[in-house]
Design a protein around this ligand. Structure first.
Ligand code: EPU
Length: 350
């Protein structure tokens, strides 16, 4: 096992923030995790599991031992009466898996095309886009307990998925005592992809495509292509402009709170959810406070989607994690002052 020292992380996080891992081990298999945990010098040290780095803000050199997940592999692992079960290694690029499944006759992940990151990160924040969340297509995952070294498998219920949330985002000190944050390394994820596939269309951007190509009855490949076009038009490609996707979650409020805000802000973008609560579009809230296109230091608010914070310095003079967090706090303050709503950041601050 090789422990690399002072490893640059600039190209291992999609913001492109410059920082080092003081020590890093590449994890290409379950055996590599076992080797780390069997090493007397490493078994007890704090560890940080790094996937695609697409949902993190690094605020300085990373002191915990970085376990960089590079477990590869994809296959049809089985089938049930209703679904194809596809398994992928946690280190596989997310979009590559979406593309592979759609092109090989296992539809269902097409609405999640082009989301940056790796397969292992997908259940952590229950990634979602255009009406589909990972939990809708999830079968189970394998992980290793970083304290005991034991392997375990979780089904969807055990992952406790919520909106951009799972058991992997909570520490065990939480109110229900459940939580795997920082305690487990996901090795493989299995997806249940419906044999009786139906397009998920009920989203404004997709409806526009349907209206534009009214004679087309879209199959999964067509939806996949539309989603790629929609995302490319709206969201910055992290390879070109560093970013971590949506920086804040869309907040939910009670219908009474929403009615109260509408009195003051009649144009507020909101959606009624099945559970009776109302989701507000954080991008609209930030946009209405005039943040779109603004910059603090090298941290900016993307011109085409105010929910996305970007690295304006590029690779030569990259944004720092501190600048990103300063901008994020300034946005939180102005949205709170105007709407009385505290936006919750989505990425993990390291
Ligand atoms: N809006 C504005 N101004 C803006 C941005 C948005 O007025 O600057 C309005 C839009 O016009 C629209 C509404 O806000 O009416 C919602 O915007 P959009 O459809 O772009 O979706 P979103 O709620 O901002 C969410 C996810 C995205 C996902 C899209 C599509 C979250 C935090 N974000 O964004 O996920 O791609 O829906 O499903 O839930 C991510 O998590 O990183 C991510 C990109």
């Amino acid at each position: 096992m090789l422990v690399e020292k002072n490893v640059p992380l600039q190209f291992s996080n999609t913001f492109g923030i410059m920082a080092k891992a003081l020590a890093l081990v590449r994890i290409a298999s379950e055996e590599d995790v076992a080797a780390v945990l069997a090493d007397p010098a490493l078994q007890a040290v704090p560890k940080f599991v790094l996937g695609g780095g697409s949902n993190i803000v690094i605020t300085g050199d990373v002191k915990p031992l970085v376990l960089k997940v590079e477990i590869k592999g994809k296959k049809l692992a089985g089938e049930t009466a209703k679904a194809w079960i596809v398994e992928a290694g946690a280190g596989e690029n997310w979009h590559d898996i979406v593309s592979w499944t759609v092109h090989n006759g296992y539809p269902g992940l097409e609405n999640l095309a082009l989301i940056p990151g790796t397969v292992g990160g997908s259940p952590v924040q229950n990634i979602g886009a255009y009406g589909v969340e990972l939990q809708d297509r999830f079968d189970s995952l394998d992980a290793i307990d970083l304290t005991t070294g034991k392997s375990f498998t979780l089904n969807a219920a055990q992952c406790a998925f919520g909106y951009r949330d799972s058991v992997f985002k909570h520490s065990s000190n939480g109110p229900n005592g459940l939580g795997l944050a920082g305690k487990a390394l996901i090795t493989r994820v299995r997806f249940a992809l419906p044999k009786a596939w139906k397009a998920v269309l009920g989203y404004a951007d997709i409806e526009k495509k349907m209206a534009q190509f009214a004679s087309v009855v879209p199959d999964a490949l067509q939806i996949y292509e539309w989603i790629c076009e929609i995302r490319k038009a709206k969201l910055p490609d992290p390879k070109v402009i560093g970013n971590a996707g949506s920086f804040f979650k869309n907040p939910t409020v009670t219908p009474e709170q929403c009615a109260d805000i509408i009195l003051r802000e009649p144009k507020i973008v909101h959606y009624h959810l099945d559970d009776g609560s109302v989701k507000l579009a954080a991008g609209w809230l930030i946009d209405s406070c005039g943040w779109k296109g603004k910059t603090i230091g090298n941290a900016g608010v993307y011109e085409r989607q105010a929910l996305v914070l970007v690295n304006r310095g590029g690779p030569a003079n990259p944004v720092t994690g501190g600048e990103v967090m300063t901008l994020a706090k300034a946005i939180q303050t102005s949205v709170y002052e105007r709407f009385g709503i505290l936006l919750e950041p989505e990425p993990v601050v390291v």
